[in-house]
Design a protein around this ligand. Structure first.
Ligand SMILES: Nc1ncnc2c1ncn2[C@@H]1O[C@H](COP(=O)(O)O)[C@@H](OP(=O)(O)O)[C@H]1O
Ligand SMILES: [Mg+2]
Length: 269
């Protein structure tokens, strides 16, 4: 199978699977008061995170048998593996748990596929917005808006592309729930004309759609928080780099799959 045919098949299947996980998340979201428990790192987890992750892991096992899956909740429970396979999936079933608890809709289901340290294919789905972004390096990126709980039809998709911004008129996007002084310091070195805040991996999608130009993140994140959004942005012509401009890679098993600082950029050059 060519890369194109493989990616087309995978992206369609990941879209469907993330909508299925999104339905389980919405059942909890719309079901009255949500009970949050604190994990070992003191971040919150709910039934929605756990139900969505179980759906994703079962679906990925059928779709890509034998490909290791590194997922947030299983990693919190059992620890992360000590080696990085040459190809693997990174899953965050509910990124932006704080946004989920605040009921502001800015949370996402994330599936990223990494080959040789690079996120080559990804799917980000925002269940409460009915918004889906998929992309691969070989095929490019596209986005769909559909009704809640619906799998978008093929004509619901539009191609997306990161934009070329004039240096003097950058729109920067930053976390709604986690800010840190180093990120602010970095932003003060750019000519930022406007600012937006968003929860979860939606920040990558805003840059991928050409609605923002830069998303700097110096505070802590894990590889499963960023792989899917990174893949969509790279497929849309943007890039995620370390602050010094060197490549930002995945499979950092020696760091427990923790990310260092990064800057997500729109189209440049
Ligand atoms: N102290 C910390 N350590 C590790 N990850 C953290 C963290 N604070 C925030 N994060 C990560 O940032 C993500 C939220 O990003 P944002 O602030 O952009 O919405 C969280 O995802 P989860 O909500 O999946 O736990 C979490 O993984
Ligand atoms: Mg997350």
């Amino acid at each position: 199978m060519s890369d194109f045919a493989r990616d087309r098949r995978l992206l369609d299947a990941l879209a469907e699977l993330s909508v299925e996980a999104g339905r389980a998340i919405l059942d909890v979201y719309e079901g009255g008061s949500i009970e949050a428990r604190a994990k070992d790192d003191r971040s919150p987890v709910t039934d929605a995170d756990e139900r969505a992750e179980a759906i994703l892991i079962a679906g990925l096992d059928k779709l890509m048998p034998g490909v290791p899956v590194i997922a947030e909740e299983a990693s919190s429970r059992d620890g992360v593996r000590s080696d990085a396979p040459p190809a693997f999936l990174l899953v965050d079933p509910l990124d932006g748990t704080r946004e989920f608890l605040a009921k502001n809709g800015e949370f996402t289901v994330n599936i990223g596929y990494v080959e040789n340290g690079e996120p080559v294919l990804g799917c980000v789905f925002a269940p409460a917005l009915g918004a889906l972004w998929i992309g691969s390096i070989a095929l490019g990126a596209k986005a769909a808006r559909a009704g809640l709980r619906e799998i978008p039809s093929s004509d619901a998709y539009q191609p997306i592309a990161a934009r070329h911004a004039a240096d003097a008129a950058l729109c920067a996007v930053a976390s709604r729930s986690h800010s840190d002084p180093t990120t602010e310091e970095f932003l003060s070195t750019l000519n930022v004309a406007s600012r937006r805040s968003a929860g979860s991996s939606l920040k990558f999608c805003l840059v991928a759609e050409g609605e923002a130009d830069v998303y700097p993140r110096f505070g802590p994140t894990m590889e499963w928080d960023t792989a899917a959004g990174h893949a969509v942005l790279a497929a849309a012509g943007g890039a995620v780099l370390k602050p010094d401009g060197s490549p930002f890679g995945y499979g950092k098993a020696e760091d427990g799959f923790r990310n260092g600082p990064f800057v997500a950029w729109g189209a440049r050059g």
